[in-house]
Design a protein around this ligand. Structure first.
Ligand code: KIV
Length: 282
């Protein structure tokens, strides 16, 4: 087994110019595979509200739901750097509530860090969590919890003012203590400036190739969620087809009496079978 991935491992990779790998994970079986594949960081994202629970947005997801999924991921991936995503309204109401909720992730699920969305508007929260020894990954650009303010799942930072606002936000949250930053759906040029200026790992999800690492949503890259697919997703598999073919075949086999076959049945002990058949018939 590899040694535990820590924030120092991630900093070392960044300094050596080795790219950091990150993927979302929501449950035990997927975490087992992500761990086996040697992925550095697993994000227990509140995107599970959409990919797993079938909501249209991430807003309905609660702390209780997130903690339960984070616990399952931690069990499946003991050495990965696991990050718990702070759900909507778990850190916006007050700094005290933010610390209490982030503390639950650390204490109950054993995550390595938490992630929260926002820039200069959340520096007080990031500073308080850092003071409470809870490492924070910031999240800038397209921030799905602000969907009502952004007016949809759209790329961000495409004009000068918006690009400079994201650059300023990145500087502010790094200064507040963030240990890494996730940039979502921003042009590569903007991500490059942020990455070159930062002293902490910058991870891209749809922010181009210049960042220290890359993240994809596991259900998107496996072809296991097709409500919509963002432009930045590369599909590495078509799980929907694999699973649908298997389910269809199973249905046919049951209906046609092909399943279960002999090899799927338990055998009686030989003597018992003889007596049993003598009494009840073959
Ligand atoms: O919840 C999540 O998976 C995320 C990604 C969209 C970055 O925050």
């Amino acid at each position: 087994m590899r040694s535990k991935v820590t924030i120092q491992t991630l900093r070392d990779k960044m300094e050596k110019g080795q790219r950091i790998t990150m993927i979302t994970g929501y449950d035990y079986p997927m975490a087992l595979l992500e761990e086996r594949a040697g992925i550095d960081i697993i994000l227990v994202g509140d995107s599970l509200g959409m990919t797993i629970l079938g909501y249209d947005t991430t807003l309905p997801v609660t702390m209780d739901i997130m903690v339960e999924h984070a616990k399952a991921v931690r069990r499946g991936a003991p050495t990965a750097y696991v990050i718990g995503d702070m759900p909507y309204m778990s850190y916006q109401v007050s700094v005290e509530e933010a610390v209490r909720n982030a503390g639950r992730f650390m204490k109950e699920a054993g995550v390595d860090a938490v992630k929260l969305e926002g820039g200069r508007n959340v520096v007080d929260v990031i500073a308080a969590l850092t003071k409470a020894t809870i490492p924070v990954m910031g999240h800038l650009g397209l921030t799905p919890q602000s969907i009502a303010m952004l007016g949809g799942f759209k790329a961000q930072g495409r004009d000068i003012a918006a690009a400079e606002a994201i650059i300023e936000d990145a500087k502010a949250i790094e200064e507040a203590g963030a240990v890494s930053i996730l940039l979502e759906a921003v042009p590569p040029e903007v991500a490059k400036v942020i990455t070159e200026r930062a002293k902490i790992p910058i991870i891209s999800i749809g922010a181009g190739p210049y960042c220290h690492g890359q993240l994809l949503i596991v259900h998107d890259m496996l072809g296991f969620f097709d409500a919509f697919t963002p432009k930045f997703v590369k599909k590495y598999a078509n799980l929907n087809k694999v699973i649908l073919d298997a389910l269809t075949q199973y249905k046919e086999d049951v209906e046609n009496g092909v399943f279960p076959a002999d090899e799927h049945c338990y055998k009686m002990q030989v003597e018992a079978l003889t007596k049993f058949q003598a009494k009840y018939g073959k």
